[in-house]
Design a protein. Structure first.
Length: 508
């Protein structure tokens, strides 16, 4: 280390129930759309910012987040309804050409060592042993654990293991896109076959995760490895743990490589290679008028049924690569994401801070650092996005009601899980294109969801429910607003919606 210069109320009655989760069978749970995934950055998750300046100053006695102090918040997550944790990268981080004072989580410097900044200094455990304690404590609470798998390597790793990287005509490592702190891995040999040294390196990482009891991985930019690479690696992992989950960061919208020298494997080929699920294009919800969620979801579910083995999708409406929903569309947009996640037949996916409406605005952004652990002398961040470059304080809360609604929404999902995961998903065609709606329908019950895509103006729409045979049902629960039942006349319901409002009804 070196020093440098200085709207709504939930009113229905929940049936109290303990979520039954089996941490040793995450794959089965995910494929049944029963995982509720919460994304954390260990560096910040339970850090202690005593002077409240937003950044952790280790030299002043403040504590960064570690695997061990993260255990102290597991009961909190369990109580909220979380049954799966996605841990953002924890591998050793590069220090050269770095972004941020701790280095980007995705600037991997080792496949077999974890970041020493995550180590508790007041014990004799290695950081890898502490990671195992964390995983074990998650499992004791019925929480499954997914670790991230970085897509590229740091410049430090290039210097120590140049054979793992693609090189240009001058013998220099290739920097993909604008990712100045990482270099592109070589994944194919000269004959077009899987490049063994890189495969062996990733295999060693999977073996490390298996050795500490991790339940699965989320592969960052999975598209930049070939089909055969993933087929081989997934087969290896499953030979040791048949239930080991593989999730791909990929979407239908991605159709080009991260560099002209990189491989590109589309999401459907990744699923064919053995991935259990993928991110999808849910982040397009922020395009509002241009994206129709109900038709997209219908198309996605139909495509997933074409594979020989079960596949599922991650409800990644908001990720660490996206701005806070509050900054995009305010609290109404965050609420819409919450209830869509709670009612759709997918695996809900929430970033740390979403449940408290954090804006991810950092007062130290791009200021000169008091202390740094890399060659970067400024606190580099992307304002509005979760800080993955420094040692930030834990996420903050703003709205008082939203954390309660977050828990209520997940309790609603759990109470109605068989209807949500087993009901027929029916998108509804509407004349008003500023509104979308869908139904989850069974012979005995249904969930009806309608939402506005308009950020500025109220909307009114008539919805024809005749084909759904709702005359057999009675709306007995208006989930978000008390006694807000639509008027039904001859199978047609009329709805009025405020900007970005979402309404949920249960029919039995």
């Amino acid at each position: 280390m070196k020093r440098v210069a200085v709207s709504v109320l939930v009113v229905f009655l929940f049936i109290s129930a303990t979520l039954q989760v089996f941490a040793d069978d995450l794959r089965t749970q995910f494929l049944a759309n029963k995982s509720v995934i919460y994304v954390i950055n260990i560096r910040s998750f339970n850090s202690d910012d005593a002077n409240k300046n937003g950044i952790i100053d280790l030299e002043k006695g403040e504590r960064q987040g570690t695997f061990l102090n993260a255990v102290g918040r597991l009961d909190e997550l369990k109580n909220k309804g979380i049954n799966t944790i996605h841990v953002l990268p924890v591998t050793k981080v590069g220090k050269k050409f770095s972004q941020g004072t701790a280095g980007s989580l995705y600037s991997m410097a080792s496949f077999t060592q974890f970041d020493r900044l995550l180590d508790e200094q007041l014990n004799d455990y290695t950081v890898e042993e502490e990671a195992k304690i964390f995983v074990d404590e998650c499992h004791k609470r019925g929480i499954s654990v997914i670790f991230d798998m970085p897509a590229c390597g740091s410049y430090d790793l290039f210097e120590s293991n140049p054979e793992l990287f693609v090189k240009d005509k001058d013998g220099k490592a290739i920097t993909p896109l604008d990712w100045t702190d990482v270099r592109l891995f070589k994944v194919l040999d000269d004959s077009g076959q899987v490049y063994q040294p890189t495969y062996d390196a990733y295999k060693s990482y999977v073996d490390l995760l298996l050795s500490i009891g991790v339940d699965g991985v989320r592969a960052d930019v999975a598209t930049n490895k070939p089909y055969d690479f993933w087929l081989k690696l997934i087969s290896h992992a499953r030979s040791k743990n048949p239930n080991f989950l593989f999730l791909a960061e990929a979407s239908e919208d991605w159709n080009s490589p991260i560099d002209k020298a990189a491989v590109f494997t589309p999401y459907d080929q990744l699923l064919a290679a053995g991935f259990d699920g993928y991110l999808g294009s849910f982040f397009n919800l922020k395009k509002f008028a241009a994206f129709d969620l109900s038709t997209y979801m219908d198309s996605t579910l139909k495509k997933l049924k074409t594979y020989e083995s079960l596949k599922a999708v991650i409800g990644g409406f908001s990720t660490h690569d996206e701005k806070s929903p509050i900054l995009i569309g305010g609290e109404d947009y965050a609420r819409q994401i919450l209830w869509l996640s709670a009612t759709l037949p997918l695996n809900p996916y929430f970033l740390d801070g979403f449940d408290t409406n954090d804006r991810y605005i950092y007062g130290y952004s791009n200021k000169n650092a008091v202390e740094t652990y890399t060659d970067c002398e400024k606190y580099f961040v992307r304002q509005g996005q979760l800080d993955i470059f420094n040692l930030p304080a834990r996420t903050k809360g703003f709205e008082k009601e939203f954390p309660k609604e977050f828990k209520d929404a997940l309790e609603f999902r759990q109470k109605n899980i068989d209807l949500i995961t087993g009901g027929e998903f029916v998108p509804l065609a509407l004349v008003n294109k500023n509104v979308f709606a869908y139904v989850l329908n069974t012979k005995t019950a249904a969930i009806f969801v309608i939402a506005s895509k308009d950020q500025r103006y109220a909307q009114s729409v008539n919805v024809n429910l005749k084909k759904l045979k709702f005359e057999k049902f009675k709306i007995n629960q208006s989930v978000l607003i008390p006694e807000c039942f639509p008027v039904l006349q001859k199978g047609v319901a009329t709805f009025s919606l405020k900007p970005l409002e979402i309404k949920v009804f249960v029919l039995r």
